[in-house]
Write a protein that binds this ligand. Structure first.
Ligand SMILES: [Zn+2]
Ligand SMILES: [Zn+2]
Length: 301
């Protein structure tokens, strides 16, 4: 799975950091989290086709997270897309998309499913599910949890040989989780020839949020935490006032969630570099990075 940090800035775009958008690429699908202005161009720079985007998750309706969406959907229409697209976001996302597309007379011919969501599992797929909960921001806002399906255990052909599991079609049944009976009349269960499955990767994208104590009750053992780190410690009053986080607070959350790694995003344009954020966060949680625009992380499990 690949995670593209298309835009890692917050509030106002700068030449170094564009507005929030994260693309998670899994096989042929792209899941897009937030769609700030300029996301289309960032997708082009990352060589990711909008045609592959199947689901779009919008954390909240502040302009820096959503103003790229009408343009992206219009492009899909102009490219004569036929595959459906689902959009998920807090209350208001439907009106926002509909008004923008109506006024600009976009000719959408694909199924556009707009879902206003609040909490719980919002999307379930064979290979992953997405859950959301309220973030701690100054407008209704969501934090998303992406859980990949369990990774199946390894099949041991030597064990199957020994138990007389022939032909191949019987092995396929075992892989699917079905017990079988061999031609010699022996019952074999999947756990006799297949190792234990392992939990799939978990990615959390907080969107804009002040520290949120609810998060740790929803998820632990996070493989990648992508957290609001708008401010450095010197501006922690501003973080509290506008319900954002400092990089240090993001790192404290990473500790609570027993995360494996932390990505600091939504850096305010007031900082020329994210070095201060990185220093402050790594003191609390060493495995932290501050991705640059278009940086890609290969997440292996
Ligand atoms: Zn924002
Ligand atoms: Zn916001």
């Amino acid at each position: 799975m690949k995670v593209y940090f298309l835009g890692v800035g917050g509030g106002i775009p700068s030449l170094d950091r564009t507005l929030p958008a994260i693309a998670i690429v899994h096989k042929r699908h792209i899941l897009l989290f937030d769609c700030g202005e300029g996301t289309q161009l960032q997708l082009q720079r990352a060589k990711l086709s909008p045609q592959r985007i199947t689901q779009i998750f919008i954390s909240h309706l502040h302009g820096d997270h959503v103003l790229g969406l009408p343009g992206l959907l219009s492009t899909m229409a102009m490219q004569k897309r036929v595959k459906p697209v689902s959009v998920f976001g807090p209350t208001g996302i439907r009106e926002f998309v509909e008004v923008m597309l109506n006024l600009t007379q976009a000719q959408i011919e694909f199924d556009l499913n707009i879902n206003e969501v609040e909490k719980g599992i919002i999307s379930q797929h064979e290979e992953y599910k997405v859950e959301c909960l309220s973030a701690n921001h100054n407008v209704p806002a969501l934090t998303f949890i992406l859980r990949m399906a369990d990774i199946p255990g390894r099949f041991y052909p030597a064990k199957a040989d020994k138990l007389g599991v022939f032909p191949q079609s019987l092995r396929k049944e075992l892989v699917k989780g079905q017990a079988i009976v061999t031609p010699e009349g022996r019952r074999v269960t999947p756990d006799e020839v297949i190792g234990p499955s392992r939990p799939g990767a978990i990615i959390v994208y907080t969107g804009d949020t002040a520290p949120n104590p609810d998060l740790a009750t929803h998820v632990k053992n996070v493989d990648l935490l992508i957290h609001d780190a708008t401010f450095a410690e010197m501006h922690k009053e501003k973080a509290a006032e506008f319900l954002h986080s400092t990089a240090r607070q993001a790192a404290q959350t990473a500790v609570q969630l027993e995360a494996k790694q932390l990505a600091l995003v939504h850096i305010s344009p007031r900082y020329a570099s994210s070095e201060m954020h990185l220093n402050e966060a790594t003191q609390v949680f060493p495995n932290t990075f501050a991705p640059k625009d278009l940086e890609m992380l290969h997440l292996r499990k």
